[in-house]
Ligand binder design. Structure first.
Ligand SMILES: *[C@@H]1O[C@H](CO)[C@@H](O)[C@H](O)[C@H]1NC(C)=O
Ligand SMILES: *[C@@H]1O[C@H](CO)[C@@H](O)[C@H](O)[C@H]1NC(C)=O
Ligand SMILES: *[C@@H]1O[C@H](CO)[C@@H](O)[C@H](O)[C@H]1NC(C)=O
Ligand SMILES: *[C@@H]1O[C@H](CO)[C@@H](O)[C@H](O)[C@H]1NC(C)=O
Ligand SMILES: *[C@@H]1O[C@H](CO)[C@@H](O)[C@H](O)[C@H]1NC(C)=O
Ligand SMILES: *[C@@H]1O[C@H](CO)[C@@H](O)[C@H](O)[C@H]1NC(C)=O
Ligand SMILES: *[C@@H]1O[C@H](CO)[C@@H](O)[C@H](O)[C@H]1NC(C)=O
Ligand SMILES: *[C@@H]1O[C@H](CO)[C@@H](O)[C@H](O)[C@H]1NC(C)=O
Ligand SMILES: *[C@@H]1O[C@H](CO)[C@@H](O)[C@H](O)[C@H]1NC(C)=O
Length: 849
């Protein structure tokens, strides 16, 4: 019987194989496609891809020949990288085996150069790969080996291949790094503005790295030395396959960003699941020469540094600006234009670094003929960078502490309009005059109107009396955080009246912005950093965007006040919905589906912090209180990046946080004063997982748990096969997916292993939760006496040098093991780093000061 069924399977497979290979529509030598007939196509056997001519623009006079995904719009490859031909152009698969794109005039626009290599047929495979093959069916040439600007699942992007779009290119390096490069013209060459490395546990040379996009939306670098892959990114809709209808691709856009897109077959909608560079101003060359990139309320814009400059092309601000008076030929004397909160970008080769004060950075540059501009990052290192001449671009953001200086000829002339829209049309002086009058009249009318309105609606409400017009104009900008004054926040929160809670870093109050956005205002305590460092951290936090992370709306840094403004989540924090009988417990109740969604969402959020964002962040305080739920019960991790703000060298504070944060979530290495790594977050997450399943705190000890620590008791029940005992009693009469429960529980046990090196990474946790990879049976999570030690003596003293004095019976051997485990995420143990080294890691690319 067994043999029969095997034979039967073999037969079926054979039939399938045959039918597939038969249905592959080979393209024979001598065939052609013509631009004049868009209905003519070469299709893949499954009909998902087709090679055809497409209009290149709306005029209908130029065409590209490309491979398209028929379920949507995207072109995944094009002959000659988007080269266009006129309406009488054609793509010939010549009888000598060469594939050639010709213009109506007969000019060769692109060719595969496969003449004389034995090509006998071509085929568009089901994966979207166009292959020219010889008579023994070997590929001689393939479109996957010659990508244009897109990579699709099952395509291997290897060293030496390039994606190009406009002035930008994308490469994979021998060492496994992937880079985005701006290809400058001129002798200075190229500028790498994004360089993403492998995870730091992999060093040395790789054999033949390749980058692949998984069909479920995960981007990773693989090699024979890293068969499991080093993850680069997960798309926001990771593993959401829309019933198999979702098609994903990685594309280098012509604006210089690398993005993962998803198209749902037939829906016509395309969404972006991931962007390599979230902040467009960080993309090199976004604005042209001598122009400054900044954000208006919603979008990045380019503007001239001051009225001493004018745009090269009023219709295209990206072309940059030019000085009205040349500094090389200046009779009225050189002055320095000071630009606050601005850093300058240039070719790395252009730079000269000096160590000097900000004032010196300004005056010395002015006196030096070899300096056209200078910039002081003000990161506490006291550096000043000179830019000798040419190629100067700026980035301005309220969160940047840098000051920059630019030589101008004559007096500094302030900009009339603070910033100029990319698309703002130019005009003559007369037009400007008319504009000014119109603006003034409109402003006057608005003031009268507003005064009237105010009088009309607020005359009975004296507390609105102090509303400043500056504040009413404030809006939340998606790109950059808004800076609030303390007075404004005082008003927004109605005098810090409605307290939402008190987290580990300070009290949180409810507030309502003028645009009706409801926000949570967090008043930070124990911040030891200066203003500039604080702004740096705010910049890092606000540049970290993910569906499962709470969004930072703005901040306030004034005197001793340090406040952060976040979007407010309707459903509060996880603890209020999860634990029964606790103070503040609401009546709502989470079903198993909700719980699983929350657990998975949280894992994705943390994965993003650890592995995908530009400045990797260790959270250091994962617990239900820091997992917030929006109106659809989507989990959003909050308070990330804050641990860095507090001086962790200060043991007093460390102890304080340990007591404030609930100790049940702290990894053993935290209490032993060992370096914290991303694996410490994994530990805390594991505890949260068990709590999500059981609906009770992990440190609860009760009769129900045999008077044992919950996690130990849970493992015993799991061993005995009594999974249902662990599950929240309130869920028992529900229809729950026990297989999913089992997966979650096992992941939880893996996460709370004592040895950091035994815990999985968050990326792997996501995969295990989703069932993408199998889960081995977890060993018992030993909970050492360190964790259960009740005295403070275990963690008050002891830095690394005297850790042997730690009063616990745990073996030193186990410590040195966890120390040696080289699983520090990029950035290392951030929780303990001083802020200045953090700043360095953020701005260490030579091109961005
Ligand atoms: C292409 O097909 C459409 C609809 O099937 C038809 O209306 C059109 O005339 C065709 N064009 C050519 C050039 O054959
Ligand atoms: C084919 O050969 C020509 C001439 O050597 C060269 O310019 C062109 O770039 C080659 N095309 C490809 C696709 O390699
Ligand atoms: C087809 O190409 C492969 C690999 O390039 C080569 O080994 C083989 O000899 C070729 N076959 C013929 C018939 O040319
Ligand atoms: C990509 O590489 C993998 C492993 O090296 C290989 O199995 C696969 O066939 C390759 N795919 C293509 C389209 O070359
Ligand atoms: C590789 O990437 C890492 C991290 O992004 C970076 O520190 C390193 O300098 C890069 N290496 C090279 C050779 O570009
Ligand atoms: C790679 O790591 C090993 C052990 O972790 C270390 O001995 C070696 O020096 C490292 N090599 C490089 C190039 O960093
Ligand atoms: C780093 O690479 C190692 C393989 O050397 C792998 O086990 C680990 O999961 C990777 N870590 C991340 C964060 O991808
Ligand atoms: C910001 O700039 C974008 C693009 O130029 C423009 O569409 C938008 O209206 C601007 N917003 C404001 C508030 O000026
Ligand atoms: C300086 O200005 C004069 C007249 O304005 C002009 O002829 C000369 O070419 C300029 N020199 C440089 C180096 O631009």
């Amino acid at each position: 019987m067994d043999l029969h069924s095997h034979l039967f399977r073999y037969f079926i497979a054979l039939v399938l194989c045959l039918s597939v290979s038969l249905s592959v529509a080979a393209i024979s030598l001598g065939s052609s496609l013509r631009a004049s007939n868009p209905n003519q196509t070469w299709d893949s056997a499954n009909g998902i891809f087709s090679l055809r001519f497409l209009p290149a623009d709306s005029s209908g006079s130029s065409f590209i020949a490309g491979i398209v995904f028929t379920g949507g719009v995207p072109t995944i490859w094009s002959a000659g990288g988007g080269a266009t031909v006129d309406a009488s152009g054609a793509l010939h698969f010549q009888s000598d085996g060469n594939l050639r794109l010709v213009d109506g005039s007969g000019a060769v626009v692109w060719e595969s150069n496969t003449t004389g290599r034995g090509v006998s047929s071509a085929v568009l495979e089901d994966s979207g790969n166009l292959i020219l093959r010889n008579s023994s069916s070997q590929a001689v040439w393939s479109s996957f080996d010659h990508p244009t600007d897109t990579i699709v699942p099952s395509q291997n992007f290897t060293v030496g291949m390039v994606l190009r779009s406009g002035q930008y290119s994308f490469n994979l390096l021998n060492i496994g790094n992937i880079t985005l490069t701006w290809n400058g013209d001129g002798p200075n060459g190229d500028v790498v503005y994004w360089n993403h490395g492998l995870n730091t546990s992999i060093n040395g040379s790789l054999n033949s790295p390749s980058l692949r996009l998984g069909s479920i939306g995960m981007l990773a670098v693989y090699d024979t030395r890293i068969p499991a892959g080093s993850f680069v990114a997960y798309s926001n809709d990771y593993a959401d396959n829309g019933g198999g209808a979702t098609f994903r691709f990685l594309r280098l856009k012509d604006d210089g960003n690398l993005e993962i897109h998803s198209v749902v077959r037939g829906s016509g909608s395309e969404s972006v699941g991931w962007k390599a560079v979230p902040d467009k101003c960080q993309i090199f060359g976004f604005c042209g020469e001598l122009s400054i990139c900044s954000y208006n309320d919603t979008s990045p814009i380019c503007s001239c540094p001051s009225a001493n400059f004018e745009p090269v092309d009023h219709h295209d601000w990206k072309k940059g600006c030019k000085a009205k008076l040349d500094i090389r030929n200046c009779s009225s004397g050189i002055t320095m234009l000071e630009m606050k909160n601005t850093k300058l970008l240039t070719y790395p080769k252009n730079l000269e670094v000096y160590s000097m004060q900000i004032s010196g950075c300004q005056s010395n540059c002015r006196q030096s003929s070899a300096c056209d501009a200078s910039t002081a990052p003000s990161d506490g290192n006291g550096f000043c960078y000179y830019i000798p001449s040419g190629f100067i671009r700026g980035y301005q953001s309220a969160a940047l502490p840098s000051s920059s200086f630019l030589k101008v000829c004559g007096e500094v002339l302030e900009n009339q309009l603070e910033s100029s829209d990319v698309s703002r049309p130019g005009g003559t002086n007369l037009k400007a005059w008319v504009l000014a009058v119109v603006v003034l009249v409109t402003l006057f009318a608005m003031i009268v109107c507003e005064a009237g309105l105010w009088w009309w609606c607020c005359r009975n409400s004296p507390k609105f009396g102090g509303m400043s017009s500056q504040y009413t104009l404030l809006e939340y900008a998606s790109g950059a955080p808004v800076q609030f004054s303390f007075k404004e926040l005082h008003r927004v929160t109605n005098g810090f009246k409605e307290k939402l809670g008190a987290g580990g870093f300070g009290a949180v109050y409810k507030g309502v912005l003028t645009n009706k956005t409801v926000v949570a205002v967090k008043q930070l305590e124990g911040i030891e950093q200066g203003e500039k460092q604080f702004r740096m951290e705010v910049a890092t936090i606000s540049s970290t965007h993910h569906l499962n992370l709470v969004r930072l709306v703005g901040f306030c840094s004034e005197g001793r006040h340090r406040l952060l403004v976040y979007e407010l989540m309707k459903n509060g924090s996880l603890d209020s919905l999860l634990f029964k009988g606790e103070e503040g417990q609401s009546g709502k109740f989470l079903s198993w589906e909700d719980r699983f969604k929350i657990a998975a969402g949280t894992a994705k959020g943390i994965t993003y912090l650890h592995e995908e964002c530009r400045d990797c962040i260790i959270h250091c305080d994962i617990k239900p209180e820091n997992i917030l739920l929006d109106e659809n019960l989507n989990a959003k991790v909050s308070d990330f990046g804050l641990a860095k703000l507090i001086n962790m060298k200060d043991h007093r504070y460390r102890t304080l946080t340990s007591i404030r944060g609930t100790r049940g979530y702290l990894a053993p290495e935290w209490l032993a004063n060992l370096p914290l790594t991303s694996k410490s977050d994994v530990f805390s997450y594991g505890m949260v997982l068990l709590e999500i399943v059981s609906g009770r705190r992990n440190f609860d000890v009760s009769a129900e748990t045999n008077h044992k620590r919950f996690s130990l008791w849970a493992y015993e029940e799991f061993e005995k096969g009594n999974l249902i005992e662990i599950v929240d009693k309130r869920l028992v009469d529900q229809d729950i997916d026990m297989e999913q429960v089992s997966r979650v529980v096992q992941v939880g046990f893996w996460c709370i292993q004592e040895q950091p090196s035994q815990r999985p990474t968050m990326g792997k946790v996501v995969q295990m939760m989703e069932g993408v990879i199998d889960i081995e049976r977890p060993p018992a999570p030993k909970v050492t006496s360190m964790v259960s030690a009740t005295g403070t003596s275990t963690y008050i003293s002891s830095n690394l040098s005297n850790f042997s004095a730690v009063e616990t019976p745990a073996t030193p051997a186990s410590f040195s093991l966890s120390l040696a485990a080289a699983d520090l995420t990029p950035g290392g143990s951030i929780c303990e780093k001083t802020s200045s080294s953090l700043l360095h890691s953020r701005y260490d690319t030579p091109t961005s000061l």
